[in-house]
Design a protein around this ligand. Structure first.
Ligand code: FMN
Length: 198
């Protein structure tokens, strides 16, 4: 399975990094990674990762300006693309088919080839433009997966929250990760905790 992973300039570059780290250990997956100019800035600002370290996580990396890269063409077969995090600018660009850099062009190709596009859209609060862009892309089959924390799995650290969101994203590819803590129903909680429902 070939998967493109793009990191854009919304806060949360660590989501894209963690997704790449997990996918590196999944044998059947070949990753193609792109970092936007502002994704690079947030990566350096928010994490301990350098661009060089980021590049080591993927099987192939591309420059954001390289519109001649093979993932810029539908003739190069890929199965899915994840943008984590996805800025409102990149979201708008994809919705309009603007394709002015390799992330928005690759996403445009994914849509025209009817492949899976997963966007970890990140902004808060959301204005009507953001919401309309997400809705329009959702109607086209895009998975809108904002990196929202879950608490039913009792996260203890920020790392736990990142892990859960990264695993949920990869779950969308149909890859089953044993580390994803799934909701097992209230009965499971009561049996573990010793409390019984009223
Ligand atoms: C520290 C920092 C955090 C940002 N966080 C967000 C965010 O959460 N969501 C967003 O849409 N834009 C955010 N931005 C603004 C984007 O980086 C900016 O719109 C940029 O043009 C996005 O370009 P790109 O999508 O090509 O990476 C942030 C910028 C900085 C410097």
């Amino acid at each position: 399975m070939k998967v493109i992973v793009g990191i854009t300039g919304a806060t949360g570059a660590i989501f894209g990094i963690r997704i790449l780290e997990i996918l590196k250990n999944v044998k059947e997956v070949e990753t193609h990674a792109i970092l936007s100019e502002w994704g690079r800035k947030t990566l350096e600002l928010e994490t301990n990762y350098s661009v060089e370290k980021f590049e080591q996580l993927a099987d192939f990396t591309y420059r954001i300006t390289d519109l001649g890269a093979r993932i810029s063409s539908g003739s190069f077969r890929v199965d899915a693309m994840i943008i984590a995090p996805c800025s409102m600018k990149t979201l708008a660009s994809i919705r309009m088919g603007f394709a002015d850099n390799l992330i928005s062009r690759a996403a445009d190709v994914i849509l025209k080839e009817r492949k899976k596009l997963i966007l970890l859209t990140r902004e808060t609060p959301l204005n009507t433009i953001h919401l309309e862009n997400m809705l329009a892309l959702s109607h086209m089959g895009t998975v809108i997966l904002p990196p929202m924390p879950a608490f039913y799995n009792h996260p203890q650290t920020v790392g736990d929250i990142i892990e859960h969101i990264a695993c949920k994203t990869i779950d969308q590819l149909g890859i089953i990760l044993p580390e994803l803590k799934r909701w097992g129903g209230l009965q499971e909680i009561y049996h573990k905790g010793g409390n019984t429902p009223e």
